[in-house]
Design a protein around this ligand. Structure first.
Ligand code: ZN
Length: 479
């Protein structure tokens, strides 16, 4: 009688059943079994998979099946059925391959696996079902342990989070301040993208030593762990470690993110600043960006900047001009007020203590008329009126307002008269208007704003509270 040709199949896995059972040991036990059965070994197949249950591809197992199909094998030796077949679907396949060729399967632990009779197959199926059960319950145990750790606020392990050491408890001395900077800058108006560009420029790498992207920056800023929160499956627990940033800061950050999303769909510079898109470099003509420039006191304040390279590294400008945003905006608003208002518009009364009914009625009329002026300005700003129509309407409205103002002046005590700046009504409209409205108004008036480089002596120039020389700014008007 010919000695049956045996194939050995071994598999190492990290599951509970296979714990501590190395491939070597399985191999030796199988060899002993084959010797006992009087067979000889024609092949050894092995897989080193730590997640057989997930159905991951097993090259050794596939090769074994192929060898059986090719008629090279009379019998298979395995340590235990669960080494060979972990899922019932594997078993169905295996039976389909072995049955027609009458290939027998022998296990070290449970003897012959008879797949040729219904009773033998039922035993095999039961074994497979129990193997699945083992894996599932061990998964449940792991899940339960993880949840318990989360509730206790313990770190989850895994990949190191930016800003933290591998233990997940101690702050990283270099990275923790960067996390704070990112959050602070976004709250003060910087975009994720500009923060990423700046970090890359400063050669500050991510936790994995790579370059930052806007998404990385955003993800890092929003990590619950910075704020003393341990999150697990969407639930949040109080972390056992000391927070890097306060809960208030987190609320503020989330609010700023939400605001950016609800108003504009996505947060962009164009909608955050009055003059974005209108300001150009006086040297090279490049459209200037708004960046957050760090001040001497460590705070950040926005500035217009001619960027040398865009985010792809393409050269776009000279990179030589930079100017603080606020004085430029201030100057432009003043110029707009001056342009839209007649200098002798209105003298108004700062009413102090006069309470006659008639005076109050006149005050109301005056207010109504002021609102009418604002309305005219709004119509103009939204292009529902031409500049000429605006001027005509405004002259009429202003005349009426002036008449009312004179009446008020006569009815009021001399000492309560105050000079209201000539641009009051436009100012008021401006103050009432939201950023969107203001940008519309700028858009109908201003072609562009050019910023020229500073010159010697500019450090002594003053404009209102600013150290700023308005002569370096040129406004090109549309009308
Ligand atoms: Zn430039």
């Amino acid at each position: 009688m010919q000695r049956p040709r045996f194939a050995i199949y071994t598999r190492i896995s990290r599951d509970r059943v296979g714990a501590g059972l190395g491939v070597e040991r399985q191999q030796q036990d199988c060899q002993a079994l084959i010797a006992q059965l009087g067979g000889h070994i024609v092949g050894s197949y092995s897989d080193n998979d730590i997640s057989a249950y997930s159905g991951k591809h097993r090259p050794g197992y596939e090769a074994l099946l192929q060898a059986i199909k090719d008629g090279l094998v009379d019998a298979v030796a395995v340590w235990h059925q669960d080494r060979l077949l972990r899922r019932t679907i594997d078993l169905e396949n295996y039976i389909a391959v072995c049955q027609p060729l009458e290939v027998a399967t022998h296990t070290v632990k449970a003897g012959r696996l008879d797949l040729t009779t219904p009773a033998g197959r039922a035993v095999a199926k039961t074994l497979a079902a129990w193997a699945s059960y083992e894996v599932e319950t061990s998964t449940d145990r792991v899940k339960a342990a993880k949840l318990q750790a989360a509730k206790a606020g313990k770190s989850s392990g895994g990949n190191r989070a930016y800003g933290w050491l591998q233990n997940g408890v101690d702050q990283h001395p270099d990275e923790a301040p960067v996390v704070c900077e990112i959050v602070k800058r976004f709250i003060s108006g910087d975009s994720w993208n500009s923060i990423a560009l700046d970090l890359n420029k400063r050669r500050i790498p991510t936790a994995k030593g790579k370059m930052w992207t806007a998404i990385n920056v955003s993800n890092v800023a929003q990590l619950p762990r910075h704020y003393g929160v341990r999150s697990h499956n969407g639930q949040e627990y109080k972390a056992a470690w000391a927070p890097l940033l306060s809960q208030d800061t987190r609320d503020e950050l989330l609010l700023v993110i939400k605001r950016g999303q609800t108003i504009h769909g996505r947060r962009t510079h164009a909608r955050k600043h009055l003059l974005t898109g209108f300001v150009f470099c006086g040297i090279c003509g490049n459209k200037m960006n708004i960046i957050n420039a760090q001040q001497r006191d460590g705070s950040y304040s926005p500035a217009f900047s001619c960027r040398k390279k865009d985010h792809r590294g393409q050269e776009v400008g000279c990179g030589k001009v930079k100017r603080k945003k606020d004085p430029v905006e201030d100057l432009l608003i003043d110029c707009i007020m001056y342009r839209l208002d007649t200098p002798d518009l209105a003298r108004m009364i700062a009413n102090q203590g006069t309470d006659t009914a008639e005076l109050k009625a006149r005050m109301r009329d005056y207010d109504t008329q002021s609102l009418r002026l604002q309305e005219i300005l709004s119509l103009y700003s939204t292009n529902e009126m031409t500049f000429d129509e605006y001027k005509t309407a405004k002259v009429a409205a202003t005349a009426r307002l002036e008449a009312l103002g004179r009446e008020l002046e006569q009815k009021s005590p001399r000492n309560s008269m105050g000079l209201i700046p000539a641009d009051q009504s436009v100012r008021e409209a401006w103050d009432y208007g939201d950023l969107h409205w203001r940008r519309q108004l700028v858009d109908v008036l201003v072609e562009k704003v050019l910023i020229y480089p500073k010159r010697p002596g500019d450090g002594k120039a003053r404009y209102k509270q600013w150290i700023f020389n308005p002569e370096r700014i040129e406004i090109a008007w549309k009308n």
